[in-house]
Design a protein around this ligand. Structure first.
Ligand SMILES: [Zn+2]
Length: 327
């Protein structure tokens, strides 16, 4: 991806559980529990529960994919990251993984690499933002740790629940073998999202996820269909940074890059109303825009842009043509 810095977004938020939460540990279980909550030793202090950045990224990616799917039915505009090309089941046609498609192409054509602008331009919107095999993506999430504010007033509470009882309560699989879950019922975690070199629609998409997270509509971790994982996000910082340039309205890569770069990467056009930006704070080469109180309003025109972009997205045809044509 572009080797220069153009823009970035940093968003801080706290995760406040509403339902019990279970982020499964891959480690051997603690005290005989079948599924235990993931823990870490932070700064060599005592062990505490945390939420790995990869879990948060997975949650935001899959919710983003749902939003994209709801904006276009046929063909859907995003891939299924685990589906190999040629092995699509019924209902998965035209949705094979971008990353696995590139791997298959490389094997079939005996090439070692495909240029990164090419990969970007042929990838579905979700892979463009979150990455795929061999392409990192623009979006990262740091691990979420207990907030200092929470630690001042309380300590996290983990409880053992009977998994089968939870299933019966919610009408899930009945009569299964007995197993225990360790769930978190009290604790607040803070994290930061970082998006580097974003297209305008990508910020709109993340904004829609954040809105729903704020309203407790997104679930996290294990047992989403069993009444686990509901939480509320409290957003405390929403900052956009532009490198070595001041902008008057929210601009993404399409507007900030050259014609040649636009052609090579296939950035989506920035259409519709502009979003005025406040005065920035200048910090060396960085112009920093504080949108903590205004991000929803600023992103409104971007959301309409996103709807259009998803309707017009050339994916999956562009990828299918590339795989067929061999160019
Ligand atoms: Zn994809």
């Amino acid at each position: 991806m572009l080797k220069k810095m153009i823009n970035s977004a940093q968003i801080d938020f706290d995760i406040i559980p509403i339902d019990p939460l279970l982020i499964k540990s891959g480690q051997a279980t603690v005290g005989g529990v079948d599924m235990s909550f993931v823990r870490t030793y932070r700064f060599g202090e005592k062990e505490e529960p945390f939420i790995p950045g990869s879990s948060l990224k997975g949650m935001i990616r899959s919710y983003s994919e749902k939003i994209c799917r709801s904006l276009r039915d046929n063909p859907v505009p995003v891939c299924l990251p685990y589906v190999e090309p040629g092995k699509e089941q019924q209902g998965e046609r035209g949705q094979a993984s971008c990353g696995l498609s590139f791997e298959k192409y490389k094997k079939g054509h005996e090439v070692k690499t495909i240029a990164s602008p090419k990969i970007y331009s042929l990838s579905c919107p979700a892979c463009r933002l979150f990455g795929s095999h061999g392409f990192i993506g623009r979006f990262s999430t740091s691990d979420a740790y207990l907030t200092e504010d929470f630690k001042k007033t309380g300590s996290p509470l983990l409880e053992i629940r009977d998994g089968v009882a939870i299933d019966r309560l919610t009408g899930g699989a009945a009569g299964g073998a007995k197993y225990d879950l360790e769930v978190l019922t009290r604790g607040e975690f803070g994290t930061t999202l970082d998006i580097r070199n974003f297209e305008r629609w990508q910020l709109g998409l993340v904004g829609l996820v954040l809105r729903d997270m704020e309203q407790g509509l997104v679930r996290l971790g294990f047992g989403k269909s069993r009444g686990l994982g509901k939480f509320r996000a409290k957003i405390s910082r929403f900052q956009l940074t532009y490198y070595n340039r001041k902008v008057s309205h929210l601009s993404g890569l399409s507007e900030l890059c050259s014609k040649e770069e636009n052609k090579a990467y296939g950035f989506f056009a920035e259409t519709g109303d502009k979003s005025p930006m406040p005065e920035p704070e200048c910090n060396g080469l960085r112009y920093e825009y504080d949108l903590a109180d205004t991000w929803k309003k600023v992103l409104e025109p971007v959301v309409r842009n996103l709807e259009n972009d998803m309707k017009n997205a050339a994916w999956p045809k562009c990828l299918e043509d590339f795989l067929k044509g061999g160019k």
